[in-house]
Design a protein around this ligand. Structure first.
Ligand SMILES: *Cc1c(COP(=O)(O)O)cnc(C)c1O
Length: 343
């Protein structure tokens, strides 16, 4: 058996499920699903799906068929929608994954689906993002006879801003709803839920908020990276620290070298700005982040030793400010080297 990795993600099950319950309440009468693409925003899609299904979530979203395969077999009663649609070389596979269905994104994909035998599918309509989906001005071209649309979706481009496109997309989506019959309609991502009832329809699709990446009262941090101290050392006054010698010690300084770096998603934007924590004591990042290593000032933590574990400060709002990364990038960049520990 391999020893535990020297870096781990502590993932708070209760924070995740309570975030989902809060979003479900904010969604009002609409059902609340969960986006678990990009391996559950870095946490582990299978675990996220299992925990949220226990909390009552039924509708899950991934990007690709490879992500769907990693989750198969889909437990009975859950549905998995594959957002990137289906191509001719995927159609046989797509039809073989029970519980999963494509979100068809073009008239050609609709035709492909019908030709392969049809059945319940989802359809994405683009109402102003110009990214993925059938253009809302072209839905008349959609071959609709005997097409069973389970969920008709659209996606907001600016939900986290006060932007006129939100209202424009809502109005366009309502016109599409009047024209295309579906079992359910779904527009809102995380930030869209907070835009109010007019955006909720039948089903909401939060992602980032589940994982604590939307600043809102009622949402909690879910992930804390914890990393091991590999070495403790003292830099003497005048010494430099790390690559390119970007930090020079003004006085003797106690340092610890930690087992995390930019290859683990702790990117160079944290150089000289990030913070680790040991029993409530802040340990500022010194100099540049290396690929696999990080150096922090531990002058304030005289008892910290080689082999000890420290928390990386990963409050997503604050870490985003320090690093220049978005909460989405901070989560999805977390690499494969962490053990993922659900508590
Ligand atoms: C990623 C995604 C979501 C979730 O978005 P968040 O901003 O993370 O809440 C919802 N719908 C679609 C189509 C997406 O691609």
């Amino acid at each position: 058996m391999a020893p535990p990795a020297p870096l781990r993600l502590r993932i708070d099950t209760q924070a995740l499920t309570e975030n989902w319950r809060w979003l479900a309440r904010q969604s009002g009468a609409a059902a609340c699903g969960a986006a678990i693409k990009a391996d559950g925003y870095g946490l582990g899609a299978h675990q996220v799906m299992t925990k949220l299904a226990e909390a009552g979530c039924r509708d899950f979203f991934v990007a690709t068929w490879n992500e769907a395969l990693a989750l198969a077999p889909i437990p009975y009663g859950l549905t998995l929608s594959v957002l990137h649609g289906v191509m001719p070389d995927q159609i046989a596979f797509a039809r073989s994954v029970a519980g999963a269905r494509p979100v068809l994104c073009s008239a050609a994909q609709v035709a492909l689906w019908r030709h392969a035998g049809g059945g319940a599918c989802d359809v994405m309509v683009d109402t102003g993002m110009n990214r993925l989906g059938i253009d809302y001005r072209e839905i008349a071209q959609l071959p609709r006879d005997d097409l069973h649309v389970a969920t008709l979706l659209s996606h907001l481009a600016c939900a986290d801003e006060d932007h006129p496109l939100n209202e424009a997309q809502r109005v366009r989506f309502d016109a599409v709803r009047a024209a295309i019959s579906a079992d359910r309609y779904s527009l809102a991502n995380s930030a869209g839920i907070l835009l109010g009832q007019g955006y909720h329809h039948d089903l909401t699709r939060p992602g980032i908020a589940l994982y604590g990446g939307l600043p809102a009262e009622g949402l909690r941090q879910v992930v804390v990276p914890q990393v091991r101290v590999l070495q403790r050392r003292r830099a003497r006054a005048g010494d430099t620290v790390g690559y390119s010698a970007t930090f020079q010690a003004a006085r003797d300084t106690e340092l610890a070298t930690l087992n995390v770096g930019y290859a683990d998603g702790y990117l160079r934007g944290f150089s000289g700005k990030g913070v680790a924590m040991a029993d409530g004591i802040a340990l500022p990042v010194i100099g540049r982040v290396s690929m696999d290593l990080l150096i922090v000032d531990v002058s304030a933590a005289p008892d910290l030793r080689e082999g000890d574990w420290v928390d990386i400060n990963y409050d997503l709002a604050r870490a985003a400010q320090q690093s220049g990364l978005s909460p989405y990038e901070l989560l999805t960049g977390l690499g494969r080297r962490y053990d993922r520990i659900w508590v």
